[in-house]
Ligand binder design. Structure first.
Ligand code: AMP
Ligand code: MG
Length: 658
């Protein structure tokens, strides 16, 4: 249905926009329809119709921007014009959560995933949106990423968010979702494409009633989220590829494949609050701002004596009277007088008047007097209030991973909860008619499905939410069903097997039908064939990684491409690249220039403390034992030829990896 004006298509005897209007009008104070063509048709409601203020861009943000620019209310809701079953309590529920959370945007989610064009926005972020668009930003997800977003779960009405993109989807909705959405049954008719395809159109309700502040406006827009997403992927891929003079899907360099993948990822933006300990290994959803000065008071860094530096003789020792003691948690209440000092322990609050601490090891104690040697520096051994953290300053940044140090830092602020990105949902399955499940008897020609276990292990270490979909047979119907289910449930889909030359044909066709997927032969060993792209189903989409079937190739491609992609998708923006270290290789390795090789190696230390690496035995891509015996990859660069014994090579450690 791409190119036609969807809002004007007939569905059950009415235009799609009529359905949307009927559901939306009771929920809001006014409706503004953002539209770039067919204004007259949309004006039938007697509403305001606004065109985009920015040219050459028909995305949902342009519509939201246009609507927010003319609205006078503090909140603006947005919905697409092709969602005839939208929830009748959509705006009320978004509003309740927005107010409760203080976030800038409330977005509906179904099955754990956002419905990004069903949201409620504080109009005060209009300037932020304008700047984002002016700076070239286009994607809803990218815009959300820089704001506080709160998710509102609509699993109870997941089908209400269905939109209509194709006749096939219409048929699905007729039989399934419609009954649930409670829309009266009627014969569905799809209108003919409008004679002027191109920009989407919308219409609006006049906003001339006195502006109330307790109800939002709504912007309805006839965008096609699925179609747009797909066009964007294809366009984006074409753009990325056009910038690469050496893009060749049949001999793609490892670095190129990484760059293409990276440029097409859409990270998670929605957030949730969790208890501090549960944050371990996850990604911060917003900056953590210090609520306190840490330390809260000036305190002593050593055990010793706190004194006034001005009381000390410059060139000779000084005798001071010990006026009392200060312990951690029990401070000296008095004010230090001239010629006095206070016995002080590490961490104790500095007594009033004292500015310097002299360590106990260098003083002489005589009754209630201490002799302080000359040469003490003013302010020494004193920790200043706010030295670690200052009130109002960011301590941790959104996009950072939470490790043990971060847990401690958060706790040091007294915070019991923290805002995180929600976890990435990853669906994975193995393909192959020859695969047998563990626990069953092997028939002739079968092998046990080990890849799903390796994948499970690697994904679990990345803290993803896992959907294990088992083994899927090499037949188009089973694969199609599995991919559709995965796309509607997960953010990313990982498969093993079925992307090598012999098998690619029907899978290629299937993946072409369900989304946009490119097939690569990467200039690497092991792991040459790989597929990457996006699968779209029922208004949802998921990133797709089709890994090779050979067990070592699965691990190598996962670590070289998928790991980083999943971390980016999870919202990580800190540097999570894996270090490459140089060590001498003790054995010869044969290699021809023209591909990157990932040999399995064993890094060891001799009794002189010198590290070196040697390849583990058999390096076949089916020999999983080589991964288990190894503790690192030996990374032999694209241009590199054979390695002579003693030559330095790059290694990538498994520790922290597998
Ligand atoms: P394919 O990429 O599907 O041609 O598979 C390549 C090789 O990997 C074949 O020898 C398969 O039997 C093997 N293989 C594929 N999937 C798995 C799996 N899940 N577990 C173990 N071996 C597999
Ligand atoms: Mg296979």
């Amino acid at each position: 249905m791409g190119g036609i004006d969807k809002g004007l298509q007939l569905f059950r005897g009415q235009r799609l926009v009529d359905h949307v209007y009927a559901r939306l009008a009771p929920q809001v104070g006014g409706i503004i329809i953002s539209a770039n063509q067919n204004h007259d048709a949309y004006k039938s409601f007697g509403v305001r119709v606004v065109s985009d203020a920015i040219g050459n861009f028909a995305g949902p943000l342009a519509g939201l921007h246009a609507g927010m620019s003319v609205s006078r209310r503090p909140y603006v809701a947005t919905v697409p014009c092709d969602s005839p079953f939208l929830p009748e309590d959509l705006v009320a529920r978004l509003m309740a959560r927005l107010n409760e959370s203080g976030a800038a945007i409330a977005v509906a989610t179904t099955r754990g995933r956002p419905e990004p064009v069903f949201c409620l926005v504080q109009r005060s972020v209009l300037e932020h949106l304008t700047n984002f668009l002016k700076s070239g930003g286009r994607k809803v997800y990218d815009w959300y990423a820089s704001l506080a977003v709160v998710e509102v779960n609509f699993d109870d009405q997941a089908d209400a968010f269905s939109n209509i993109n194709t006749r096939e989807q219409l048929a699905d909705l007729e039989t399934g979702a419609l009954a649930q959405a409670g829309t009266p049954a009627a014969t569905a008719t799809l209108g003919h494409p409008s004679p002027a395809p191109g920009n989407p159109v919308a219409s609006a309700i006049p906003d001339d009633a006195p502006a109330r502040t307790d109800v939002p406006d709504a912007v309805a827009r006839t965008d096609l989220p699925d179609a747009l997403a797909r066009t964007n992927l294809r366009d984006a891929l074409a753009r990325v590829v056009s910038c690469m003079d050496d893009y060749d899907p049949n001999a793609l360099k490892v670095e190129r494949a990484r760059a293409v993948i990276h440029s097409l990822l859409k990270p998670i933006v929605t957030t949730e609050r969790v208890a501090v300990r549960a944050a371990l290994g996850r990604v911060l959803g917003e900056d953590v701002i210090s609520t306190v000065d840490v330390p809260a008071h000036d305190n002593s860094a050593m055990d010793g004596y706190a004194l006034r530096h001005a009381d000390l003789e410059a060139a000779e020792e000084t005798v001071l009277r010990v006026a009392g003691s200060a312990f951690a948690g029990k401070q000296y209440e008095g004010k230090l007088g001239k010629g006095e000092c206070v016995r002080i322990m590490t961490g104790a609050v500095m007594p009033h008047g004292a500015d310097t601490v002299v360590i106990q090891e260098i003083v002489k104690l005589e009754g209630d007097k201490v002799r302080i040697p000359a040469g003490q520096k003013q302010g020494q051994n004193r920790r200043l209030a706010g030295e670690d953290l200052r009130v109002g300053k960011p301590v941790l940044k959104a996009g950072q991973a939470v490790g043990p140090a971060e847990l401690g830092l958060i706790a040091s602020l007294g915070l019991a909860e923290v805002t995180l990105r929600r976890r990435l949902r990853v669906a994975f399955f193995s393909t192959g008619d020859e695969l047998a499940s563990v626990g069953s008897q092997l028939k002739p020609g079968e092998v046990y499905d080990s890849n799903r276990y390796t994948l499970y292990g690697m994904l679990a270490r990345l803290n993803c939410e896992l959907i294990d979909m088992g083994v899927v047979r090499d037949d188009p119907a089973s694969l199609e069903q599995a991919l559709k289910t995965a796309a509607s449930d997960a953010d990313a889909i990982i498969t093993s097997g079925g992307v090598s030359v012999g098998e690619a044909d029907f899978i290629r066709e299937l993946l072409g039908k369900l989304g946009d997927v490119v097939f690569w032969k990467i200039a690497m060993k092991p792991g040459r064939p790989m597929a990457f792209g996006r699968i779209v189903h029922a208004g949802k989409e998921a990133h797709f990684f089709g890994l090779p079937g050979n067990p070592v190739a699965v691990m190598v491609t996962f670590y070289q491409f998928v790991r980083d992609a999943l971390l980016s998708l999870s919202g990580r923006t800190d540097d999570f690249s894996l270090p490459l270290l140089q060590v001498p290789c003790t054995a010869a390795i044969k290699k021809a220039p023209g591909r990157t090789e990932f040999q399995r190696g064993r890094l060891t230390c001799d009794d002189q403390g010198r590290w070196s690496v040697r390849p583990t035995g058999a390096q076949g891509s089916g020999v999983l034992r080589s991964m288990s015996e190894a503790n690192c990859f030996i990374v032999l660069e694209h241009e590199r030829a054979s390695v002579n014994p003693g030559e330095p090579v790059q290694v990538q450690l498994f520790e922290g990896l597998v």
